[in-house]
Structure formats: structure tokens, C-alpha cells
Design a protein around this ligand. Sequence first.
Ligand code: CMC
Length: 427
Amino acid sequence: MSGKAILEYEGNRYELPVIQGSENELAIDIKNLRSQSGMITLDPGYKNTGSCESAITFLDGELGILRYRGYAIEDLAEKSSFLEVVYLLIWGELPTQSQLEKFHKDIVQESIVDEDMKKILDGFPKSAHPMGVLSSLTSALIAFNPRFVNVSSDEEMYEAIVRIVAKFPVLVAWTLRKRKGLPLDYGDDTLGYVENIHKMMFKKPSGEYKKNDIIIDALDKLLILHADHEQNCSTSTVRIVGSSHAGLFASLSAGISALWGPLHGGANQAVLEMLEAIQADGGDTKKYMAKAKDKNDPFRLMGFGHRVYKNFDPRAKIIKKAADDVLADLGIDDPILAIAKGLEQEALQDEYFVSRNLYPNVDFYSGIIYRALGIPTEMFTVMFALGRLPGWIAQWREMRLNQEPIGRPRQVYVGETLRSFTPIENR
Ligand code: CMC
């Protein structure tokens, strides 16, 4: 505790403890406010509400800082692999070589998905949105792994985590292959985690899988950059669903649905669709800048702005460079990119965007890289989910280990007061 805040209302004085985090953020602890005063706090969208104490990810939106377990995102993106980051986020420390090898070996052993799951996938039309399919398949996994509906020991927790880290990429790959009309595939135990994901997604039935280092490095970086982002919409969903003691897979399935929305993970798909629409409309970026600023027009510049980053998104900086490298290395000359660059330049100099601190976010550039890597637009948010999986797992585990109470916000009721019932014939 770091002192007290005083709240005064109608002559009454309430003392509220102030909590200090390890990076010196201060929070007023209102746990006992209602029992003391009869009042609650109101904060739609939780813009100003801490829902938990967490030791996983630190971010400072004003300074543009993002760290996983104390490690700078810039260092992790440059020097580590996605699987190391998965381990780090979930268990709190970077793995030793032997810990990483054991983790990978355990994942490889659990990487088979029951063949009957294919029947469930078969029931979806090819046109189904991959996020809906992925959320359903993740939920369906529960039926095939009933022991992990809930976990009651450290061993079960480890097994449940390894299973989902192993099987989720298979579901992702199947979702894509179904959409493309390709036969479903399993991985190759001899490949690295990310390489295997790429192979499962793209290997042609008639040819050998050939690794492309540029693509694998870019994917690895993208997955690392998306791996956690503290209490965002989908993570809060995972924690709140898990707080009712719903199991890990059910909580993750809910998180996938939350991520789907265009204001959250769905923004990367929305960015590309927006760029394509601008191109189809003649490529006039100024027209769309004006639409974004017009309060009578619902159009927003997708990929710009962020709930917490009010300076710049540190992930966007790394990913912008990765996007430039990938496009140069793969020799891609894409007119959509010229539109993206034009919008970026205009927004960075525009008073409306500058005064509201609206900078390009991670999704602005990730969509561009995914497109360059040949990933279909509707799969972009699925790629985000693949990256975010370890963050969701780490947050779910922390919530359970901390024995957090069930999430159950209150409300301020503003509806009708008691009315007498009118029989239907008299209405
Ligand atoms: N285009 C035009 N105006 C915008 C935009 C935008 N993309 N974003 C915010 N504004 C304006 C908004 O109209 C408001 O203006 P005013 O103060 O005049 O009313 C002001 O900026 C503040 O916006 P807000 O909606 O109060 O900000 P928020 O923190 O509630 O919303 C956001 C954050 C990300 C939902 C929003 O910026 C947005 O809709 N961006 C586009 C969607 C997007 O790219 N989302 C991905 C976020 S990053 C990935 C992730 O972590 O999920």
C-alpha cells in the first residue's frame, strides 16, 4: 500500500487505500467502497478501471513501452523466438535450452487432433468466417479432451497448456485449408514450432514443403509482437470467463470471439479491406482522410488510434521495419502499399490525427505483411489469435493461481421504476 485517497460525499469522508505497482502506477483500491458508502464507481469501457494485479505484461501508453515479464518487446522481437516467448509469458522466465527442448518435445507429442474433429469442420460452409470456425473448433476440443474441462493440479495445468499450444496451430491450419479447398494436413515433428505452422498452412498436396527464412522470421516476429497486451478486450474476456471456473479451452474460445471484432483484432482485416476499397474507388486517400474526420460519417481510418497508446505503438515501429524488409526481400511491389504509405504520411501531419494522438497501430502494418506472405485477408485475425494464444493462457493461469473472484461488475440502473402489470388485452 502507498497511502490513502480521501473521498468526500455529502459530509461523509471515506478513506481508500492507494496501491502502487512495480512500475509506480497508482491505483485507488475501491474494493470496500460500496460496503463503506453504498456507492459504486461507473466506468463504461473500463477506461479507468484496473481489473486485476498482474505480473505478466507492462505497458506505458504515454511513453510507448511494452514489456513481457520485464523484457523489452524490442529485445524479444530481435533476439528470441516465438516459442521462447510462449514459455516466458506462461511461466515467467525465459527457458534454458533444455527447458525449451522439453517444452517443444511435449508440444510435438500432443500435436495430433482427433480425426473426428474433421467432421465438425466439415459441417461449416467454405464461406464461413475463419474466426467463427476457430472459436467453434477450440470449444469442440473440450469434448475430445474432457480431463481438461477444468484443472485441479499443476500437472493438469501443464498438460492442458501443452495440449492447446500443440493443437491450436493445427486448428488454424485446418481452418485455412478448408477455406482453400485443400486436404487437411498434420505437422512435421522435425520442424520448429513456427516453421511447422507455416508448413501445415501452406504445403501443397503435390509438392514438398520448402522453408523460406524470410517468411519464417517475419512470422516469428509478428507472433511475438501479438503475444500479449495486458487487459485488452479479448484477454479480459478470457479472464472473466475463466473466473467462473470455466476451463481453459472454453475461456480461449470466448477470447477468440472477442478478438474477432473490427475494433480489436479484426482491425487487421478491416485495414486491408479499407485499402482495397480506397483503391477500387480510384486511390484518393485525401477523400478518405476527410471521411475519417467527418463526425457525421461513421467511417474511421482502420489501423489508426489505440485505447492505451497515446504516443505511438512500439509494436508498430518494429513491424513497420519488418514490413519494409519483407517487401524488399520478397521483391513485392503492391499498389495497396502505396495507398497505405500515402495515408500514413497524411495522417502523421494532419491536425485532427495529431491532436488526438492517432498513430498507426500494429494492425496497420501487420495486414500488409500478412498480405505479402500470401495469407488471405480473412485469415489475418486468425494469425493474431495464434500470436495472442500464449498471452491468453498466461493471463488465465495467473487469474486461477491468484484465486481471483468471479468477475461480476455492477451497474447503475436507469430503467423504469416499479410499474403495475397491464394484461395483454388492455395494452
Ligand atoms: N479514425 C478517425 N477518428 C478516430 C479514430 C480513427 N481510427 N480513432 C479514434 N478517433 C477519434 C474519435 O472519433 C474521437 O474523436 P473526438 O474526440 O473528436 O470525439 C477521438 O479520436 C478519441 O477516440 P475514442 O474512440 O474515444 O478512442 P478509444 O480509445 O475509445 O478507441 C480505438 C480506440 C482503437 C477503438 C479507436 O482508435 C479505433 O476505432 N481505431 C480504429 C480501429 C483499430 O485500428 N483498432 C485496432 C486497435 S490495435 C489492436 C488491438 O490491440 O486490438
